[in-house]
Design a protein around this ligand. Structure first.
Ligand code: GLC
Ligand code: CA
Length: 550
């Protein structure tokens, strides 16, 4: 059971991300749902995670995988009901697993009643003031109000047809045109989101992951920004881009924190913001959010120098504000790390791969992914896992183009494939239809599963001590005993990373020469089948060991 006195649970929590559409389907429509998650909670329990974060399950036309919310305080019928949500939360809590839900405050769905009302209302109306409506530039208002690009390609503005049939104002959407940005300068928007927070807190959620939280406040006047706005955004001439990381976001976070702190137990806020570490750290000051994703870590290529320096800079940036650091290697927006590391060099994280593109080395990618995870799980702070990575699941890099759903695929004119490859339904039982995900076959799940998913299924790995699943379980179990800060072993050979936590030592041979363990080392965890005392730790391998004291 959840112990409300355990107020620091989040400081070293392992938080498992569920993407509800692809976790488990209970009713045979080929789409995962909340009862499906409840039916598989035993998996999370055995894995040993502390919390689960659910990507959006709210009513939504699913134009951006549910990050286009039409009603913030309900469950989409395709995922179940509020009663199903309560059963899921109660079931998780009974197993001691906390539940975090996704808050999407930057934008809603264009199907949201407030946006529909804004479209129906006049220019200058209070309905339109909930969003960013502006007249266009040019003689007839035919040009967008500024030069901001949409994150899914094209301009960040769409012109509306007014109720009388004339071409009218434009509205701002940093993402898909079906995702209009809320106007956070409007107190009514703030009040409405506070009600949403309370709605889910009253239903006993343990926290919120906050979607693109750095975009809520826009610079006054929405000035042009003739610089890039994608990826990790750096200040230029001392100024952040006018749509990211504006000073006003912090007051919003503080007000939310006060709401969360008024509830029993410790409920947390986790920031999604693709910013440089020093900027992200400002979001996790003591009275703001509790933690933030460490995307700088996720972005590192498989290189010991790059990874080690990112660990050091992440710890330093968070130490300044007294927040624990988080670690993450995969999520629903990026190529799974088991495939990313199967390429040499850096890869475009969100661009996707098609069947005709160069394919990753799947075996090498998995070996490195296991080594990367084993290292990550030994680091101090909190760690995020993405569903399926505990199965060593690869990115599906050969999805047929005609099944793609990521809005960027259409908006880029079929140039950017997008993020569907990491969202394919999970395999549970190798010999069942759709590998146990649903009662329909693999070609009828919302994204088709490839034939080669069988060996990755949970039941194929359950009792195999060498499996990726058993590696994760063991790492999470030992992780609970790791204490104290990181102590670096400065004598580590080139291409390796070596440190200790308490009496557990970690040697990650990333891209070095085979490395020897010290005399008397006894290995307690190895990311690849390495065990022999006295033998060398090969590259792409992480081992945890203890040394007998002389
Ligand atoms: C976040 C989500 C991503 C979504 C975007 C717009 O980055 O993780 O999936 O497309 O926000 O809501
Ligand atoms: Ca279903």
């Amino acid at each position: 059971m959840i112990d409300p006195r355990h107020t620091d649970w989040w400081r070293d929590a392992v938080i498992y991300q569920v993407y509800p559409r692809s976790f488990a389907d209970s009713n045979g429509d080929g789409i995962g749902d909340l009862p499906g998650i409840t039916s598989r909670l035993d998996h999370l329990d055995r894995l040993g995670v502390d919390a689960v974060w659910l990507s959006p399950f709210y009513p939504s036309p699913q134009r951006d995988g549910g990050y286009d919310v039409a009603d913030y305080r309900d469950v989409d019928p395709q995922f179940g009901t509020l009663a199903d949500f309560d059963r899921l939360t109660d079931g998780a809590h009974a197993l001691g697993i906390r539940v975090i839900v996704d808050l999407v405050p930057n934008h809603c769905s264009s199907d949201h009643p407030a946006f529909q009302a804004a479209l129906a209302a006049a220019s200058g109306s209070p309905q339109r003031a909930l969003f960013h409506f502006r007249d266009g530039l040019g003689a007839n208002g035919e040009l967008p109000p500024n030069d901001w690009p949409c994150m899914f390609e094209g301009p960040a503005w769409t012109r509306v047809t007014e109720p009388d049939g004339t071409a009218g104002q434009w509205y701002l959407h940093l993402f898909d045109p079906s995702q209009p940005d809320w106007n956070w300068d409007n107190q009514a928007v703030r009040d409405d989101f506070e009600s949403t927070l309370r709605f889910w807190l009253d239903r006993n959620v343990d926290g919120f992951r906050v979607d693109v939280c750095d975009a809520l406040v826009k610079a006054d006047g929405l000035p042009d920004w003739p610089h890039p706005t994608h990826g990790v955004v750096e200040p230029i001439d001392g100024r952040m881009p006018p749509m990211w990381d504006q000073e006003g976001i912090h007051d919003i976070f503080r007000s939310w924190r006060r709401v969360l702190d008024s509830y029993e137990g410790t409920r947390i806020l986790c920031a999604e913001a693709w910013l440089p570490s020093e900027r992200t750290a400002r979001i996790v000051r003591p009275d703001e959010m509790n933690q933030a994703f460490n995307f700088a870590y996720l972005e590192q290529r498989w290189d010991a120098v790059a990874i080690r320096s990112t660990i050091i800079s992440s710890l330093q940036a968070n130490d300044v504000v007294g927040a624990p650091t988080t670690w993450v290697l995969s999520n629903h927006d990026v190529m799974r790390h088991a495939s990313r590391f199967g390429y040499d060099g850096t890869v475009a994280l969100e661009a996707g791969v098609g069947a005709d593109d160069p394919q990753p080395d799947r075996a090498l990618g998995l070996q490195r992914a296991r080594a990367a995870t084993a290292m990550m799980l030994a680091l101090p702070g909190s760690a995020y896992l993405y569903q399926g990575e505990e199965l060593g699941l690869p990115e599906v890099t050969d999805l047929p183009d005609d099944v793609r759903q990521d809005p960027v695929w259409e908006r880029s004119g079929h140039r950017i494939r997008g993020r569907d490859g990491c969202r394919v339904p999970l395999p549970w039982e190798a010999t069942k239809l759709s590998f146990g995900f649903s009662s329909v076959s693999s070609s009828d799940t919302w994204l088709p599963q490839p034939d080669y998913f069988g060996p990755y299924s949970r039941d194929s790995q359950n009792d195999d001590p060498e499996s990726t699943l058993c590696l994760y379980r063991r790492a999470l179990e030992i992780r609970r005993t790791l204490t104290g800060p990181i102590r670096w072993d400065e004598s580590a050979a080139d291409g390796t990373i070596a440190f200790a936590r308490g009496d557990v030592k970690v040697l990650a041979n990333v891209n070095g020469e085979p490395a020897a363990l010290p005399e008397g080392a006894s290995v307690i965890l190895s990311s690849s089948p390495y065990a022999e005392p006295g033998s060398q730790v090969p590259p792409n391998t992480t081992v945890w060991f203890r040394c007998e004291e002389a």
